[in-house]
Design a protein around this ligand. Structure first.
Ligand code: ZN
Length: 316
């Protein structure tokens, strides 16, 4: 059997073909044609699936689709997405009609979590939370070696956990105040970096911010130059992230928390503060053995979608 994983983001759609041995056979990338109707867009995806299938010796093909949005994993429907225009799009049904292949659909963070669990850590940590730290913050939950998707497929929306309830708490992209994403997502980090560079105009951080566009790497570069402003900012991010992660650990008692996405590359600077928050907790047991790990795989969302389709089609 061959699985084709399709990762639909706001800008690009990535394709990966994976065989039973979890080896990536083929990959491709196209723009997310948001001006098309949902039906026409799925037609484009189906064309690639059909082309690839022609070329495979093994014609037993399944499809896994991860979408950056709110999905109904049981019906295979994309309900809604912030950066993708189609609502209530029957992805699984239409892909099946176009290609004849069974199609599984889930949120992209869930697919990435499955990829991290199944491929990157080879199923070792049966209770695992995978947090994707990028512009947004997404979460995927593995419980007893299975992907937990909740009652409606909306589990793991950890970016919108409230970690600051004060009236001054910053606004999140979702319109609410004090969400984890407003502190540890790239937009939140940019806001804090700008505020810090106004306060400390002579800092390395302020200097770099005047010269180049903001990126998480810029903040790491400033910290690498021993800039106290950048180092303290990373500590602050770590404290907020630590609070969010501590809440998740208290709820689920995972074996491991895996951090993925661009912001996780600053782990060297923020992890000590995360660990400090863990050390302050009164309920000690769930914090004693939990491992905080980093994901190093680049395309784990798309590969994870393929692996999830393989797993689901072999499920008894
Ligand atoms: Zn929010």
């Amino acid at each position: 059997m061959i699985a084709i994983g399709i990762d639909i983001g706001g800008t690009f759609v990535k394709f990966f073909a994976v065989n039973d041995k979890k080896r990536v056979l083929k990959e491709d990338k196209i723009p997310t044609y948001t001006t098309l109707s949902g039906k026409a867009f799925l037609g484009q995806l189906s064309r690639i699936v059909n082309e690839w299938r022609e070329g495979f010796k093994d014609k037993n093909v399944v499809i896994g689709v991860g979408v950056a949005g709110d999905t109904d994993h049981r019906k295979g429907v994309l309900r809604w997405a912030p950066n993708i225009p189609w609502h209530n799009l029957k992805v699984a049904e239409m892909m099946k009609a176009n290609t004849g292949c069974k199609c599984y659909v889930s949120n992209d963070a869930n697919m990435a979590a499955w990829g991290v669990f199944d491929k990157e850590f080879k199923g070792k940590h049966k209770n695992m939370i995978v947090i994707t730290l990028g512009t947004g913050i997404g979460g995927g939950i593995i419980i007893d070696g299975k992907l937990y998707q909740g009652a409606d497929g909306s589990s793991g929306e950890v970016g919108h956990m409230k970690i600051d309830c004060s009236p001054e708490a910053p606004l999140c992209g979702c319109g609410q105040k004090g969400c984890l994403e407003a502190y540890a997502g790239t937009k939140g980090i940019l806001r804090m970096a700008q505020a810090a560079s106004v306060k400390y105009p002579k800092s390395v951080l302020a200097n770099l911010l005047n010269k180049e566009d903001f990126s998480v790497k810029l903040l790491s570069d400033a910290a690498a130059q021993d800039d106290d402003v950048a180092i303290n900012l990373w500590k602050e991010i770590g404290t907020y992230l630590g609070r969010g992660l501590a809440n998740m650990i208290l709820l689920l008692n995972p074996d491991a928390i895996v951090l993925a996405g661009g912001v996780s590359r600053g782990a060297k600077y923020f992890l000590p503060s995360v660990k400090e928050v863990f050390a302050q907790q009164s309920v000690k047991t769930p914090f004693k053995n939990v491992k905080v790990l980093l994901s190093k795989e680049g395309n784990i969302g798309g590969v994870g979608a393929a692996l999830y389709a393989l797993y689901k089609s072999n499920e008894k």
